[in-house]
Design a protein around this ligand. Structure first.
Ligand SMILES: [Zn+2]
Length: 342
């Protein structure tokens, strides 16, 4: 009996030892197996639905280990390129224009829409793009971190598309000013010729920019033609006259331009200012003029269009056809020219 009991006890001890050994050897194996499973799963691309869950898991893990510090605030201001000039004139406000039906701006001819507040001005530039002169205007505006509205002549846009693209890239608004800067109020102009000048102007600027311009238009010499205005209304184009003309095109020096603008704006208290990026003196006068506007407490309003101009396909095709050299291939330069040796 004692022997039998001893045998039973020995068997029990042996069973416990074996179970312990099995448990000791199997536990580490299980622990190793777990990371292997994760490692094997990692290279698999997660289906889209699984991604948020995986992200949530990471966040939960982080919150369990220790209270996560609040992430550094990222404000939209920090993401934008900062204005290097702390005393810049800047842009006080940006307005978006619904051009439906062809609204008119500029009190010299259009008096319905009085949207500028006291001391607010809009900077406008006609007749470009033009070598050197447009660049001087762009630099002066960039130095003051401010924005303007450019009325491009279609023909000039076909001569210097790269300059007009710089205007757009700098964040300014681009409208048009006919194709060849003709007086649309000339009695010899037929209705068809007037339409062609307007539509070709928009299509030429579109071709230069690689995208449609704003449906903003200014009549050359501010010569408004009733039939042309009615047509522009049907095309949902806003028409721009001016509140004050700088007369930069007939000024003999920069002081004259600056004094003309400041005298008029001080009298009116606000307004759409007409200038020309086509004129050399304008770019030269602009740094001082902008500084004077800032010192006088004036604020710049940037005008944008709600929707781009919808060009007519036949005029777009005409512009492509009228380019100086025929455009046989539209393949990008990288597909045509390849460097084989440096
Ligand atoms: Zn003009």
């Amino acid at each position: 009996m004692r022997n039998a009991l001893g045998l039973m006890l020995a068997s029990l001890v042996a069973a416990v030892v074996i179970a312990g050994v099995w448990s000791w050897t199997s536990s580490p194996r299980a622990e190793i197996a777990a990371p292997q499973t994760i490692a094997a799963r990692k290279p698999e691309p997660l289906p889209p639905a699984a991604r948020p869950a995986a992200k949530d898991d990471v966040q939960v893990t982080a919150s369990l280990t220790k209270p996560a510090p609040a992430p550094a605030p990222v404000t939209p201001v920090q993401q934008k390129p900062a204005c290097a000039n702390p005393n810049a004139l800047g842009v006080a406000r940006t307005v978006v224009i619904d051009t439906s039906g062809g609204p008119g701006f500029g009190f010299e001819h259009f008096k319905q829409l009085d949207f500028l507040g006291d001391k607010e001005v809009v900077l406008t530039f006609d007749d470009g793009p033009w070598p050197n002169n447009t660049a001087a205007v762009l630099k002066a505006l960039a130095d003051e971190c401010t924005k303007g509205l450019f009325f491009s002549v279609g023909k000039h846009a076909t001569y210097h598309p790269e300059i007009l693209r710089q205007v757009l890239a700098a964040g300014h608004t681009v409208g048009t000013h006919t194709f060849s800067h003709v007086n649309l109020n000339n009695k010899k102009m037929t209705e068809q010729q007037v339409k062609d000048e307007l539509e070709k102007g928009f299509s030429a600027v579109k071709m230069a920019l690689g995208q449609p311009p704003a449906p903003f238009f200014r009549f050359p010499q501010l010569q408004h033609n009733a039939a042309a205005m009615a047509y522009l209304g049907t095309r949902n184009v806003a028409m721009f006259s001016t509140d004050l003309d700088s007369f930069d095109f007939r000024s003999s020096n920069t002081d004259q331009i600056i004094n003309t603008v400041m005298t008029k704006v001080d009298k009116l208290g606000k307004g759409i200012i007409l200038m020309h990026d086509f004129q050399k003196l304008t770019g030269e006068a602009l740094p001082t003029l902008l500084a004077r506007l800032k010192a006088g407490g004036y604020k710049v309003v940037h005008m944008k269009a709600k929707t781009p101009f919808d060009t007519l396909p036949e005029y777009d095709a005409m512009m492509v056809k009228n380019q100086k050299l025929p455009q046989i291939s539209s393949r990008p330069v990288g597909a045509v020219v390849q460097t084989v040796t440096d």
